[in-house]
Design a protein around this ligand. Structure first.
Ligand code: SAH
Length: 214
């Protein structure tokens, strides 16, 4: 007998699924429920838009698995009035989830121009006016709007780019997967304490490689 996996069909079912899988924050679950994920994937994957796995987007990149997006958003602990920086806009989905937290200004940097342009159009069409997209190498962060209360990096680097650590506000949190490309990486949570960063290991993750502009 064939068993077809039944995927969550909408944001509400996705949020229920995520709650069962350990996401606790009501704000994060509400944000995950609110973002129309099917808008961020191509038509051929629309049927799997709310499935809890990554999906291909243009230029060989991926939209992260919803559980990963929710977990990283929860780790940021964003508060109303916060400024958050994301490196690796991709489809714009994570940025939209951050915007749904409400009263959070979201700055996001994407190195692949085609992805940045698509994300800009998509986020504008959905009315996410508090998301600001920059085409460029996120290694440098986005110094004009620093410091940030939270920084989330959605591509795996070998080590933390120093400009990102510098752009973190006091008490701010930097969520970043570190490790060798094409292997499992470790997701780290760094917290700015004066001149130092406190480091906390979250667990193993798999992200596409962090690239550098040439
Ligand atoms: N957050 C995305 C998932 C992105 S996948 C989403 O929600 O859809 C990782 C993205 O990081 C890719 O689009 C890749 O092009 C981008 N990226 C890799 N290195 C980068 C860099 N140095 N600066 C900015 N973006 C980068």
């Amino acid at each position: 007998m064939l068993h077809h996996r039944v995927y969550p069909a909408n944001g509400k079912e996705l949020a229920a699924d995520l709650a069962h899988r350990g996401i606790r924050s009501p704000e994060v679950l509400r944000a995950m429920q609110a973002v129309p994920r099917e808008t961020f994937v191509s038509a051929e994957y629309a049927g799997q838009a709310y499935a809890d796995h990554p999906l291909p987007i243009a230029s060989g990149q991926t939209i992260s698995q919803p559980l990963m997006v929710a977990a990283m958003t929860e780790l940021l602990r964003a508060q109303p009035g916060d400024k958050v920086l994301e490196i690796g806009t991709g489809s714009g989905y994570q940025a939209a989830v951050l915007a749904e937290l409400g009263q959070v200004e979201v700055y996001t940097v994407e190195i692949i121009a085609e992805l940045a342009d698509t994300a800009i159009d998509r986020l504008r069409a959905l009315g996410y006016s508090q998301v600001h997209v920059l085409r460029g190498d996120g290694y440098h962060g986005w110094p004009e709007h620093a410091p940030y209360n939270g920084i989330v990096v959605t591509a795996a680097a070998e080590r933390t780019p120093p400009p990102l650590a510098e752009q973190l506000a006091e008490g701010g949190r930097l969520i970043i997967p570190l490790g060798a490309p094409h292997h499992l990486q470790t997701l780290w949570v760094f917290t700015r304490r004066g001149e130092k960063l406190d480091a906390d290991e979250w667990g193993n993750v798999a992200f596409v490689p962090f690239k550098r502009a040439v």
